[in-house]
Design a protein around this ligand. Structure first.
Ligand SMILES: [Zn+2]
Ligand SMILES: [Zn+2]
Length: 287
């Protein structure tokens, strides 16, 4: 990796301040120390020691937490910070849980509720090419109730999913970085919308896409479905990267531990998902 910013390059023959045996590649603009590749955070443009000392100084606050501009602009700017999970991560070191929780209520929860409509409603069938077919002869009230239940079911499933992943994640981050108690919860409040948004995008695009010729139902093997599943996978991956960089850059846990923490959290999440799916299959009447 070559130094991205020429002015941060260490002079020829300099050695790392932390690792005297390693050649230095960068000079920290904060403390002036020389750093090897391991000790330098390119996204934050400072050394590991400076980032640990003052993580919040290494990234602008979440746009949602500032008073600049209208609420809508700050909302979408905060959603967009998910696109650069590493450079925005130090902002999670702040203590503001109240604003983070508000953001969660306005991002993840509505996405989760909406993402349940297409797969869970029984009175409405969402076919391809934006088809909307009413099943049977339900009244408007019955349809509204059905849609509401579909939304609530999905919201409940989402909260369970986040709890399964969030509990091990917050517990572990707090265990290794007890002085930064808010980090893990803030990461989840600001980034968990990625999961229901991915589901919502998947079902909405499936609904919008033209019905394949012969009216055959789309199968998991079709290239379009594979592509949509890949998008869903990438959005979940962005959440994983955000959780990793939050633990590393905002809470200051070691690089190896930050990977272990998110891997444990995702394993617990998928085990709970598997358990819930198996239990649901056992409870539902066979079709
Ligand atoms: Zn420094
Ligand atoms: Zn070093």
């Amino acid at each position: 990796m070559s130094p991205s910013e020429p002015e941060h390059r260490a002079p020829e023959g300099a050695y790392c301040a932390q690792h005297p045996q390693r050649a230095a590649a960068y000079t920290c603009p904060r403390c002036g120390n020389y750093n090897c590749e391991l000790c330098w955070h390119a996204g934050s443009e400072r050394c590991d020691a400076c980032l640990r000392r003052d993580p919040t100084g290494a990234a602008p606050p979440m746009p949602w937490e500032t008073s600049e501009g209208g609420a809508l602009r700050r909302y979408f700017a905060t959603l967009a910070t998910a696109l650069h999970p590493n450079t925005s991560a130090p902002a999670f070191a702040r203590d503001d849980l109240r604003n983070a929780f508000r953001f969660f209520l306005l991002s993840a929860l509505p996405c989760a509720a909406l993402s349940g409509i297409i797969p869970n409603t029984k009175t409405l069938l969402f076919g391809g090419s934006l088809q909307l077919i009413v099943q049977g002869h339900p009244t408007a009230t019955q349809i509204a109730l059905d849609v509401l239940i579909a939304m609530l079911m999905q919201t409940g499933a989402f909260l369970l999913d986040m709890l399964a992943m969030g509990l091990p994640y917050t517990t572990l981050v707090r265990a290794y970085a007890p002085e930064r108690r808010a980090v893990a919860v803030r990461v989840l409040f600001y980034r968990s919308w990625l999961v229901p948004a991915a589901t919502l995008l998947f079902f909405t695009l499936m609904w919008c896409l033209p019905t394949p010729p012969g009216n055959a139902p789309a199968t998991e093997a079709s290239p379009v479905v594979s592509f949509l599943l890949a998008i869903q996978f990438v959005m979940n991956l962005v959440l994983l990267i955000s959780m990793r960089s939050g633990a590393r850059l905002a809470a200051g846990v070691t690089p190896a531990l930050s990977y272990v923490i998110v891997i444990v959290a995702f394993i617990v999440r998928f085990m709970v998902q598997l358990f819930v799916e198996t239990a649901a299959r056992g409870l539902l009447p066979k079709s």
